[in-house]
Design a protein around this ligand. Structure first.
Ligand code: PEP
Length: 252
């Protein structure tokens, strides 16, 4: 059985002081939720202080991105090793990075390999844009993102992956996919290519999340689907009660 997984992507929100305050408030309630892998992904600046607050808890910490090189003249970048000093996870290929910062399937692939080399678990984001959705290209886009993003990944690493299916038109819009539609995309156009690349058994063991306007009100419907193993949560992860209720909804 795949352990449910819920991650909060805080994006570019919360100063260090604000992040510390929210994490301190959230930790007791999140710790009480058992049987779910729970991860917070605050901005880079807050990773070190938040790591200290999470020490000794069962709540994981993730960066929102990383660079693939180990060190050197790459002004402004953060290496996998630097992230791994404090974090266990890294979000890779978020649609905002693809849309605004030139992320491609090729750079996603390099980052996934580099994240694994540093001992991190990558949370790999894929999903179609509104125009791709409206022109019926969802299947083609997500399966391409899977095949190119995970190209040449050693089979033994694949079970450790976490994939997040996030239709771009659903992110931050309040217009979530239906749970049934998201499940079809995940089962037929994400898990199936994963099975072709890594074998059926491995594909069945990979956690695949849904992301895009998940709320405390709609989370349970997503988690009730056969192939949805949790959620990557943006806006609602900044609200204490909502995020705790979403993690509670993920308990099997
Ligand atoms: C996200 O940032 O990955 C996301 C899904 O955002 P939201 O939940 O706000 O749609």
């Amino acid at each position: 059985m795949r352990t449910p997984f819920v991650a909060g992507n805080w994006k570019m929100n919360k100063t260090v002081a604000e992040a510390r305050a929210l994490v301190s408030e959230m930790t007791p309630a999140l710790r009480a939720v058992k049987g779910v892998e729970k991860v917070l992904c605050p901005p880079f600046m807050a990773l070190v202080p938040v790591a200290a607050l999470l020490q000794g808890t069962d709540i994981g910490l993730g960066a929102q991105d990383l660079f693939w090189e180990a060190k050197g003249a790459f002004t402004g970048q953060v290496s996998p090793g630097m992230v791994a000093e404090f974090c266990q996870y890294a979000i890779i290929g978020h649609s905002e990075r693809r849309a605004y910062f030139g992320e491609t399937d090729e750079t996603v692939n390099k980052k996934i390999v580099a994240a694994f080399s540093a001992g991190l678990t990558p949370i790999v984001c894929i999903g179609e844009t509104l125009s791709e959705y409206e022109s019926g290209r969802t299947a083609e886009v997500v399966s391409r993102q899977i095949r190119a993003g995970l190209k040449a990944l050693p089979v033994n690493l694949a079970p450790k992956l976490v994939v997040a299916y996030e239709p771009v038109w659903a992110i931050g819009t309040g217009r979530a996919s239906t749970a049934v539609d998201a499940n079809v995309v995940i089962r037929d156009h994400i898990r199936k290519p994963l099975a072709e690349m890594f074998g059926v058994e491995t594909a069945q063991s990979i956690r695949i999340l849904y992301g895009g306007s998940v709320t405390a009100a709609n989370a349970a419907e997503f988690f009730g689907q056969t192939d949805i193993d949790g959620a990557l949560v943006g806006g609602a992860s900044l609200k204490l009660d909502d995020f705790v209720r979403i993690t509670q909804a993920a308990v099997k």
